[in-house]
Design a protein. Structure first.
Ligand code: AMP
Length: 751
């Protein structure tokens, strides 16, 4: 009979557990060597692949082609290592390890493994969770569910120590990561995660590094060698630090003598005391403490409301950890679970259960912050904790996990000058959960209407303080033109599934069919989302936007309507910014910053707004602009037009196109979409090219300065030309209801 297992795929160790059919309790499945834990280490040796203890010994002995701690880069597409010239990603290595764990467990049990629940750190983003699922599938495992490590540990603990209304703080300090999670034991064996925080750059390795610092200083003092500046000497000391840490962590160990043999010197011995170790690492503990307090604050609880602190992760074996937590919470932390096994045991419990259904989004706004309404959890300081009991059977225990990271998208604020994180699903919300939100999108009759969605994980307003997890492009959007009521509404549905993986769906207006969506690589340079929208310029497109408002400038009637300049090639032979007359380009009048490839307009003078961007150049300057223009998007504003001029060359274009004039005479009639090149060279030579074809040229020397103008004028409205480029693909992502609208649209849909 095929069985289900729980797998703790750890950074340092992994373990597999299942529900023993006789006892009906979770139990670790020993590996081929009879050990409950398998070091997460792989050695590639003469075409053979070795896992676990043997590979770890080789790794510690410094042998080649050994890999460890690869979980740290889960989700990265770049290779974690090259073995014999072949690249391996963290996902590839995890798949190999999982296959090994599966095969060993099958051999031990004499049975096949049908499916698995696999654990991941609570802070893992969607991409890392997806990579874990793919690694398991490559290993021939069907993934029943991904659950968070602290939750798994809490399940293993809760089975034997259930106390209704208890708030358990799971303190999980591993080798490279720290997670703190508050779980609540509710009625009827319902275990709910309330809040979780983590620091994936804080763990046992930081304690090792502090020991290393002390040892290096001490050995340098003892030997007069310059150890820190010599990689060979340094690696001798650094290789000992974890062992020394473990020795100092042993019971009643007050100091440790450390001996090392250095080439050309010989043996030296130094001593390190437990007190020194603790003094030098106190700040690290304080960092974990600060996160514990943050978790409580988010849950609206105080230290007193914590019923117990549960220790998980190998680094909680350092006595300073429980001592610190005892001082902080005034109670002895629980060490009822074996920190190395609890996670796999909890995963095994979950493997015997059905997955949960989607919940609807519940939002509450407190002091402008989005928080989850947790009344449902029965969280209150006044509820008394019931007596401890053992749950009679696994079926009495259920787990509801939460989202560790808020999920949002990059949108543009109401003023159109800043990118911000429009949060759709807040952090600490029960999952799986779905939410839909409406966005206004401005379509064009002539182009493929594609909408880019940058998915963020994190709660900061600033997109760059969040993780940009995915870029999706929604396609197949129909053009909508309703005169004054411009734009179409795209409903976007966001889901966190049971595994904490994000899914995106989109529908247009009231449509009942999902629009096609493709996933694209998130661009490497995302710094533009941190800059004001007004100074943006990209290689892909150049938009001049139109903002319509009343004359008082107060109530904006419409948002931006772009005239698209795509495939921009701006060639400029002199740099106006450094021109002797460049001073006139200072704010608030328009000035230009240009290099060999790009040109940006900055600043504008409000009094000139209804004329658009205008600046002048010295007639002896060579100047050329080349771009694609599309004026069809003016169409919702009858009477609006785009004005372009460079000295003798001018154009007045409406939504239907228009004439290009040279010194007042038409040289070409253009459709709304065309490619324009216009230049002024050789002290007065004007040239116009349309769609790659020269349509006119004329020489006219001038002593006075020459105007270059891109203007956008609308008959009945005060018009504002945004004198900048911004990202065309997300410029229209403005939330219906406005920025910071906390009311979720509730009409989600099923797949
Ligand atoms: P984990 O990621 O949970 O397997 O934890 C691994 C971390 O626990 C590593 O940094 C180990 O050095 C640390 N660790 C394991 N055992 C001990 C111990 N007895 N004393 C101190 N640290 C330990």
């Amino acid at each position: 009979m095929a069985i289900s297992v729980g797998i703790d795929l750890g950074t340092t160790f992994s373990a597999v557990a299942y529900i023993d059919p006789k006892t009906k309790l979770p139990q670790i499945i020993p590996n081929g060597e009879g050990s409950k834990l398998t070091p997460s280490v792989i050695q590639f040796l003469d075409g053979e692949v070795i896992f676990g203890g043997e590979a770890e010994d080789a790794y510690n002995a410094g042998e080649e082609d050994c890999v460890a701690t690869f979980k740290r880069e889960m989700g990265e597409t770049k290779p974690y290592c090259y073995i014999g010239g072949k690249p391996y990603t963290s996902e590839d290595l995890s798949a190999m390890l999982l296959r090994h764990l599966k095969e060993e467990a099958e051999a031990t049990l004499g049975d096949t493994i049908k499916e698995a629940v696999i654990t991941v750190p609570a802070y893992f983003y969607s991409k890392e969770r997806e990579a874990t699922i793919r690694a398991a599938e490559k290993a021939g495992l069907k993934v029943k569910k991904i659950i968070d490590e602290p939750n798994a540990a809490a399940m293993a603990y809760g089975l034997n120590h259930w106390r209704e209304n208890a708030n358990i703080l799971v303190y999980d300090l591993g080798g490279g990561t720290f997670d703190v999670t508050l779980v609540h034991m509710g009625k009827n064996g319902e275990l709910s995660t309330i809040t979780t925080r983590g620091n994936h750059k804080l763990g046992g390795r930081d304690w090792d590094a502090r020991i290393e610092d002390i040892l290096v200083a001490r050995f340098e003092n003892e030997t007069d060698l310059s150890i820190r500046n010599d990689s060979e000497l340094w690696s001798i000391v650094s290789g000992m630090s974890e062992g020394v840490k473990k020795q100092l962590s042993a019971q009643n160990m007050q100091s440790v003598k450390v001996s090392a043999t250095f080439p050309d010197y010989g043996k030296a011995t130094v001593t390190i005391t437990k007190a020194e170790f603790e003094e030098n690492t106190a700040d690290l503990l304080d960092r974990t403490g600060a996160l514990c307090l943050a978790v409580l604050e988010e849950a609206g609880l105080t230290k007193k409301d914590v019923t117990d602190v549960l220790l998980v992760g190998g680094s909680t074996r350092m006595p300073q950890v429980p001592e610190y937590l005892q001082r902080m919470f005034n109670k002895k932390p629980l060490s009822h679970v074996n920190p190395d096994e609890a996670v796999a045991l909890g995963a095994a419990i979950q493997s015997s259960k059905a997955n949960e259904d989607y919940t609807s989004l519940v939002l509450k706004v407190v002091d402008g912050k989005k928080t989850t309404d947790r009344a449902n959890f029965g969280l209150s300081s006044h509820v008394s904790v019931k007596a401890e009991r053992k749950l009679n059977s696994l079926s009495m225990l259920t787990l509801r996990e939460t989202t560790a990271h808020a999920m949002g998208i990059i949108a543009i604020n109401d003023e159109g000058n800043r990118y911000y994180n429009e949060i759709i699903i807040p952090a600490n919300h029960p999952r799986p959960v779905r939410a839909a939100k409406k966005f206004r999108f401005y379509t064009s009759p002539h182009s493929n209407n594609e909408l880019a969605i940058y998915v963020l994980q994190g709660d900061s307003e600033d997109p760059l303080d969040c993780q940009i997890t995915y870029k999706y492009v929604v396609t197949g959007i129909q053009h909508v033109n309703r005169g004054e009521k411009i734009g179409t509404v795209i409903r976007i549905q966001y889901s966190y599934d049971v595994n904490g993986v994000i899914h995106i769906q989109a529908r247009q207006e009231d449509g009942t069919v999902d629009l096609p969506i493709r996933r694209e690589e998130v661009p490497e340079d995302i710094s533009r989302f941190g800059r004001p929208v007004t100074s943006e310029n990209t290689d892909q497109g150049f938009n001049v936007g139109l903002q319509l408002g009343t004359r008082s400038g107060q109530s904006v009637v419409h948002k931006y309507k772009p005239v698209t300049f795509s495939n921009v090639k701006w060639d400029k032979y002199d740099n106006i910014a450094t021109h002797p007359s460049g001073a006139q380009f200072n704010e608030p009048t328009v000035h230009v910053i240009a290099n060999e490839e790009n040109i940006e307009f900055h600043g504008y003078n409000i009094s000139e707004m209804n004329e658009g961007v205008r600046y002048s150049i010295d007639p002896s300057d060579d100047f050329e602009i080349e771009c694609d223009i599309n004026t069809s998007t003016i169409s919702p504003h009858p009477g609006g037009y785009l004005e372009i001029s460079l000295g003798l060359i001018s154009a007045h274009l409406t939504e239907n196109g228009g004439d290009i004039l040279l010194d007042g005479a038409s040289v070409a009639t253009v459709a709304p979409r065309f490619h324009l090149r216009m230049s002024l060279t050789d002290g007065g030579q004007y040239e116009v090219e349309i769609d790659g074809r020269a349509v006119g040229s004329k020489f006219k020397a001038s002593k006075s300065r020459v105007d270059v103008r891109f203007g956008f004028v609308h008959e009945s409205h005060y018009c504002q030309l945004l004198s900048h480029a911004y990202i065309s693909d997300i410029s229209m992502m403005q939330a219906v209801g406005g920025e910071g609208d906390d009311n979720p649209d509730t009409d989600t849909w099923n797949d």
